[in-house]
Design a protein around this ligand. Structure first.
Ligand code: SF4
Ligand code: SF4
Length: 483
């Protein structure tokens, strides 16, 4: 059934791409502008009504989010934050999933005005890691406790799909005693349908392509040359990715390029398009914000800067609008901002990130070699310790992807909130592994308290017993246990 439906989807999409209508079906710019232009901050009763609906974790429409995005009164903004905290807590509990980016290459033909890797940055030393060098980076990451990686590629001929496959294989083949990377996600240029078919057997988790800005005129200015200048090719990436069998899709906006309210509505339109077309919303939404970068004019002087307060409103509104979509925050933000945003809706964070190829094994990385300036430079263990002190439960869970719970299968569990039952025990098990194998004494002590506390949150007695039994098996030396 799925094969037939996928075939129909491909044929339909191919026809639509040929007719050039797909981009307009995904983002109707005039409709976004009209909605925003007509939106008024809601009166008190209407605000209560909208937030009551959001609290039911049923999501919000674009028009409803447009209204909430107009709210400016501090007490009303706080009411939105409170609702977002409630939804975040109800769906994700205190869990935070951790990962690291691994920059495979900074070679790029793109010339994006906001990126330190742009072609016109002549001061950057260009480098693409070989499979052996990727292996060395991965060994370092495994030795520090990571289990989830995001491979990041620049847009260059040496970063084609075959290079991606080799890189993914190099990661999965690298093992250190009990340690291994269990899930590889990719952030790269949009691929063709044929290339997505080549990539599929490599066994990736999520494929991320950020539109950066949905506003076509801004997009054209920000991407003056190179393949990335093609707005439509980027926007329609999921219409090639999904039919090729990769159904965990990661969206993102680079906030600071265009008006944040407009971007927010367009992003939600994109998510809604995926949902109604494929029955699967985005697996994750990332919310990077422009940070300074070497020889990147728009990074150093953003055309539409987003303040900290506005950024928190973005996070809260996304959480209310698409409650079951994971939300990712990188180390671009400071530790304090990350702490606040986790309460408001962020469910995944990177930690201890180095954003240049070879950045983990090169012990004295040149700061100018980074793609952007890092706001939170703490190590993974320091972040883990801090999370424990805040009461969070760090997680390296990769169970769904490895158990085949992706795309529609994942959403069928996520939308009614059933996935929550598995996330908590899996978080406990993966965190326990970290404490046993990699944690500093301080993190281990704080972490054991966290595990004892959150174990009590497993409501089903049989599941709690099974989790306790598996925790004991981990203590006895077994690894990689999950539900
Ligand atoms: Fe290249 Fe991507 Fe940077 Fe653009 S954003 S310059 S495509 S690495
Ligand atoms: Fe993610 Fe699935 Fe693990 Fe939950 S059980 S944390 S949804 S991989």
């Amino acid at each position: 059934m799925r094969g037939r439906r996928t075939g129909i989807a491909i044929a339909r999409k191919t026809q639509m791409v040929e007719q050039g209508v797909v981009a307009e079906q995904i983002i109707d710019e005039a409709a976004v502008s009209d909605t925003l232009g007509a939106a008024q901050a809601p009166e008190a009763a209407r605000l209560d009504e909208l937030l009551a609906k959001a609290r039911e974790c049923q999501g919000l429409t674009r028009d409803e989010v447009a209204e909430l995005a107009q709210v400016e009164a501090p007490d009303e903004v706080e009411a939105i934050f409170e609702a977002a905290r409630e939804v975040k807590s109800r769906i994700y509990g205190e869990r935070v999933v951790l990962f690291a980016p691994l920059y495979v290459s900074n070679e790029c033909v793109g010339n994006c005005l906001y990126c330190g890797y742009r072609r016109d940055n002549r001061e950057l030393e260009r480098r693409t890691l070989s499979p052996d060098e990727i292996g060395a980076e991965v060994r370092w990451l495994i030795d520090h406790g990571y289990k989830r990686l995001l491979l990041v590629f620049g847009e260059y001929h040496c970063n084609d799909v075959h290079a991606m496959v080799r890189a993914v294989e190099a990661v999965y083949e690298t093992r250190r005693g009990p340690g291994a990377i269990r899930r590889v996600n990719i952030n790269a240029a949009p691929l063709s349908y044929e290339d997505f078919c080549v990539l599929k057997p490599a066994g990736i988790g999520t494929f991320q392509v950020f539109q950066e800005t949905y506003h076509r005129a801004t997009y054209q200015q920000a991407h003056p040359s190179g393949p990335k200048a093609n707005y439509d090719w980027r926007l329609t990436v999921w219409d090639r990715c999904f039919p090729a069998g990769t159904d965990d899709m990661g969206l993102g906006v680079l906030f600071g390029l265009h008006d944040w309210r407009w971007e927010l509505l367009a992003l939600l339109d994109h998510a809604a398009y995926l949902d109604r077309t494929y029955g699967v919303g985005p697996h994750t939404i990332s919310v990077p914000r422009l940070e300074p970068a070497l020889n990147a004019p728009w990074a150093n002087d953003p055309p539409a800067p987003v303040s900290d307060d506005e950024f928190k409103r973005i996070v809260a509104l996304i959480r209310l609008a698409v409650p079951y979509t994971g939300m990712i925050l990188s180390t671009r933000e400071t530790a304090d901002m990350r702490r606040e945003c986790m309460r408001l809706g962020i469910s995944q964070i990177s930690a201890g990130s180095r954003t240049s190829p070879g950045g983990y094994t090169d012990h004295h990385p040149d700061e100018d070699e980074r793609q952007f300036t890092i706001g939170d430079g703490r190590s993974l263990d320091e972040v883990m310790h801090d999370l424990c002190l805040m009461g969070y439960l760090p997680s390296f869970c990769t169970a769904c992807y490895r158990a085949g719970r992706t795309g529609e299968d994942f959403m069928a569990l996520a939308k009614p909130g059933k996935i929550h039952q598995m996330c908590l025990p899996n978080a406990l098990l993966t965190f326990k592994e970290y404490l046993l194998d990699y944690a500093s004494p301080a993190t281990r002590e704080a972490g054991e308290r966290i595990i004892r506390g959150h174990l009590q949150d497993i409501r089903r007695a049989s599941l709690k017993e099974q989790t306790e039994a598996r925790l004991q098996r981990l203590e006895a030396g077994e690894r990689d246990l999950y539900f």
